[in-house]
Design a protein around this ligand. Structure first.
Ligand SMILES: C[S@@+](CC[C@H](N)C(=O)[O-])C[C@H]1O[C@@H](n2cnc3c(N)ncnc32)[C@H](O)[C@@H]1O
Length: 414
């Protein structure tokens, strides 16, 4: 090392060792030398990067002057020897970036050397990715993801599908938690229905989770109004040779499965969600999972007290209020019918605007429905709501007007 000052050498030597180890092990990203105090006029800094030059491991030195840059390349050993002469003498500051860490060496005006080390941003990102990897509930290698166009043939995520991918993962994460807390734990066979299955992303995902991850004899059925989507999903399931995965054309309002253990309805439009929940309750499903959208039924019925008018003069607030009231009534009706119910956001708004989930897991004992029914009645009275589809269905009243739509309402959760 070019310094004779033993105090400085105490820090410069280990810095140089880290630098040469990184360069020799292929982990060097770059070295920046600055605070130049040598003889060359107008030299500002020197940036060193690894380089393969005609098959020779080399170091590229870029000298930055006031108005120009000069590049000189050296074979690695020669370059390191040159750096040894510059560190701690001509340059008072050195910043080393490797794959694993960032190391900063500074010589103060009082001639003291300081060394700071920290994990590199790149390695933090790698461990972040590793964490994310661990948090994945559906491995990218699963064949159905290729078939549905979420990943390519090399099992790399297709960038345009990253939103869908997050939704699939979150969905399986939530389902897994509910499943493990439900009476289905330990069941030999399970019947799952996904109503309004659309392009089948979640239907395939839940089938994969139950059959592949949990090795259960699950029968999963996607029910969908639109025949072309049924054909698409059926073809994909056949190509993958999947057993226990079926797609049927049907309307959630009239569909009657012989047995139903898990009822899923994600982004079924407006009152289609009520019909799906009703069918789940009627069939004594252990898990009911829905993400409602298009809350059209209750909004025109709502009368708000005068004190709320200034707030509700803004249309967006009226929509939010109607959504909250509708989903609160649905959740309370589930509670009254023997389900532990949660309402929460299941993917952040960044990924989809329809991010509310109602998750209900059947209790072993139904509990006393009366206090909850009284809360429902009070809420309806407060807002002047005459009719809510799920309640009407549970009371056996004729269907409320059909406000469901076959996915053409702009809520393309696909
Ligand atoms: C917004 S998409 C959601 C698709 C899928 N569940 C998802 O989250 O990715 C809603 C789907 O529900 C279907 N749908 C709407 N009303 C329905 C009904 N009454 N019965 C069955 N399917 C219905 C639509 O055709 C559409 O494919």
């Amino acid at each position: 090392m070019s310094t004779d000052n033993p105090t400085i050498a105490n820090e410069v030597n280990p810095f140089f060792q880290l630098l040469s180890d990184a360069a020799n092990q292929g982990a060097l990203q770059r070295l920046i030398l600055s605070k130049y105090i040598g003889a060359e006029e107008a030299l500002k800094r020197l940036v060193v990067r690894p380089l393969l030059l005609r098959e020779v491991e080399s170091l590229s030195f870029v000298y930055s002057y006031q108005t120009r840059d000069i590049t000189r390349n050296h074979p690695r050993t020669e370059g390191l020897a040159l750096l040894a002469t510059l560190l701690g003498s001509d340059f008072k500051s050195a910043h080393l970036f490797t794959q694993q860490e960032e190391v900063q060496l500074n010589i103060t005006k009082k001639g003291k050397a300081q060394l700071h080390r920290r994990a590199s941003a790149a390695s933090a990102e790698v461990s972040h990715q590793h964490d994310r990897e661990k948090r994945r509930f559906v491995p990218l290698e699963r064949p159905f993801l290729v078939e549905l166009g979420v990943t390519d043939r090399q099992h790399q995520l297709i960038p345009a599908m990253s939103r869908k991918w997050k939704q699939i993962n979150k969905f399986i994460e939530v389902f897994q938690r509910a499943f493990d807390a439900s009476p289905l734990q330990g069941a030999d066979s399970i019947e799952v229905y996904d109503f309004g299955s659309g392009k089948g992303y979640l239907t395939f995902a839940i089938h994969d989770f139950l059959r592949h991850s949990r090795q259960l004899a699950a029968e999963v059925t996607g029910v969908e109004l639109r025949q072309p989507l049924i054909n698409l999903c059926t073809t994909a399931a056949k190509r993958l040779g999947l057993e226990g995965l079926t797609f049927r054309a049907g309307d959630v309002r009239h569909y009657t499965p012989a047995r139903l253990d898990v009822m899923i309805a994600l982004h079924a439009c407006d009152t289609a969600t009520d019909h799906a929940i009703h069918m789940g309750i009627r069939s004594n499903a252990a898990i009911i999972m829905c993400a409602p959208c298009c809350h059209k039924e209750v909004r025109p019925q709502m009368h708000n007290p005068a004190v709320l008018q200034p707030m509700l003069q803004y249309g967006v607030h009226q929509g939010q209020e109607a959504e909250m009231v509708t989903d609160a009534l649905r959740a309370l009706l589930l509670e009254a019918n023997g389900y532990d119910t949660q309402v929460f956001e299941f993917v952040s708004l960044e990924h989809t605007s329809k991010n509310k989930m109602i998750l209900a897991v059947r209790r072993n004992q139904p509990g006393d429905a009366q206090p909850v029914l009284a809360q429902i009645a009070a809420l309806k009275q407060f807002y002047g709501i005459r009719e809510q589809c799920l309640e009407s269905l549970l009371l056996g009243r004729p269907d409320s007007p059909d406000t469901s739509c076959p996915g053409n309402c702009g809520c393309q959760g696909l």
